[in-house]
Ligand binder design. Sequence first.
Ligand SMILES: Cc1cc2nc3c(=O)[nH]c(=O)nc-3n(C[C@H](O)[C@H](O)[C@H](O)COP(=O)(O)OP(=O)(O)OC[C@H]3O[C@@H](n4cnc5c(N)ncnc54)[C@H](O)[C@@H]3O)c2cc1C
Ligand SMILES: NC(=O)c1ccc[n+]([C@@H]2O[C@H](COP(=O)([O-])OP(=O)(O)OC[C@H]3O[C@@H](n4cnc5c(N)ncnc54)[C@H](O)[C@@H]3O)[C@@H](O)[C@H]2O)c1
Length: 470
Amino acid sequence: MSTEQSTDVVVIGAGAVGENAAARVVRGGLSAVLVESELVGGECSYWACMPSKALLRSGTALHAARSVAGAREAVTGALDTQEVLARRDSFTSHWDDSSQVDWVNATGITLLRGTARLTGERRVEVTTDDGVTTLTARHAVVLATGSVPSVPPIGGLEGLTYWGTREATSVKEIPESLTVLGGGVAGTELAQAYARLGSKVTLVARSALLGSYPEPAVRLVQQGLEHDGVTLHLNTTTESVAYDGGRFRVTLASDTVVESEKLLVATGRRPALAGLGLEGLGLETRQLDTDESGQVVTHPWLYAVGDAAGKVLLTHQGKYEARIMGDAVIARANGTLNGSPPKWSAFAATADVYAVPQVVFTDPEIAMAGRTLEAARKDGLNVSETSLELAVAGSSLHADGYEGWAQMVVDEDRKVLVGVTFAGPDVAELLHAATIAIAGEVPLERLWHAVPAYPTISEVWLRLLEKYGL
Ligand SMILES: Cc1cc2nc3c(=O)[nH]c(=O)nc-3n(C[C@H](O)[C@H](O)[C@H](O)COP(=O)(O)OP(=O)(O)OC[C@H]3O[C@@H](n4cnc5c(N)ncnc54)[C@H](O)[C@@H]3O)c2cc1C
Ligand SMILES: NC(=O)c1ccc[n+]([C@@H]2O[C@H](COP(=O)([O-])OP(=O)(O)OC[C@H]3O[C@@H](n4cnc5c(N)ncnc54)[C@H](O)[C@@H]3O)[C@@H](O)[C@H]2O)c1
């Protein structure tokens, strides 16, 4: 059966980003059809953020208790793997999306289950179980199709049944041993999760661990992994991979062979733009050229947000792009926004460039907002760096032998923060203060009046400002 439907906005992909995009335009008075081929909620809810953090959290809580005398003595057993997996299952709603579907319906969004592709200007064809529905969008088509894993061209890998992050986050039984290929955030977090759940883990990366984070912060995470028994092979080329029906054999450039029951390949992701019909519109499928509202510069009716836009592959930042995009579509429909939006306006996702917060949820954690020293210098800023060991009354109370590190990067011409990094147990919750200071361009002489409560880990802010010279 084939049907036709018109709406103000078509959103392709109902991950966290697509859901937010559709909700925002509906809130602004437009109608929206949201198309999804798999589970409503997308990668983050079922195979990424939520299950990976759930797999890590119990181990972090146990380690935290063991780090405080008095509590340590009360901990007599190991992690209960089945309970950890059961808790993970509750966070993924047992891979059942009905509660998110209820939310979509209650929000006034029209959900269409099927696979979408663009067939012309503002036209989308959706293949559903019942046939084909052709959608016409009066104002915009939004690509919120997420990302797909990038698989490296390693000899022997093609054709093997190895794990990607989907398999690693939805596991039912913990393997005896696991080799993780990739030292980015996904590989590092999952290596620690599995080590703490009882696997013998080896992590192989062609570069340093967590290459985009400051080295002293990474060193603390590396120590954490080694403490948990993870074997690291960094700055190493993987020559080949083989599977003999029982075990994977990963051969490194040094001729070292790593054997394990399972192999996880977590070597990055790229925008999911293939198969959408972009070539027919004269667009390429590697990355779209979009302005700060998410609008494709050559096709003003087309937008891309979240992982599909390929700018910042993080859920919170994609949802921010979706809110900004939604408001821009509404303003353009009303005729109150013409052309590209000004920076930091309600229609420009400027924080994507200057004030992204990101957390590595290992134990210890790394929490970083804005730019690293190297990135700020590359952008031509005249910056200074102030860093120190995180050792304040709040941290020493928090855990016996607390080890941490903090850094702030200051734009010396404007005397504002452009980057902040914390590393240590439970530093993630310190991060929003840094994000506010960076996005708000709070002058250091005013930041000096933001007094951290005693005794909290936030006292590190005072130490940083004092060391800077205030
Ligand atoms: C292991 C792992 C852990 C992560 N942890 C974190 C974290 O802790 N914090 C964080 O901020 N980020 C994290 N991320 C990144 C985060 O998961 C992504 O940034 C986020 O899921 C992107 O959301 P999205 O809506 O853009 O894409 P997705 O969630 O991938 O959603 C895209 C949706 O589009 C659908 N779709 C695609 N093509 C079509 C089509 N043609 N027709 C219909 N539907 C289609 C897909 O089925 C999918 O449901 C993690 C990633 C991984 C891999
Ligand atoms: N806590 C979080 O917010 C979180 C957690 C997981 C993932 N994510 C996001 O998901 C995205 C994907 O994560 P990711 O870790 O897969 O990607 P990534 O790009 O962060 O890291 C990829 C890693 O794979 C390595 N690599 C590439 N080719 C290799 C090869 N042939 N052999 C060995 N190593 C190789 C790279 O050197 C790098 O260390 C990222 O953008 C990340 O921000 C976020």
